[in-house]
Design a protein around this ligand. Sequence first.
Ligand code: ZN
Length: 72
Amino acid sequence: MLIIIGTTIKEKVREQHGSGKICPFCGEKTNLIDLKQYLTLFFIPVFPFKNIGYYYSCPSCNYKTELTKYEN
Ligand SMILES: [Zn+2]
């Protein structure tokens, strides 16, 4: 039987409108987005095994901060 294993990077909203960081352009509360690397089985993400970093994203004007990477 052939098993296809891989990895993929997914974005996950950790705190919606509650990150405490205000968008510098429109004043909305931003979302805190986590970037995680997932193990995939047959191209379906099964579980996260590595935290890559996070950034803030504004839901109303799509402003995004730069990715802050976690130290490994
Ligand atoms: Zn904004």
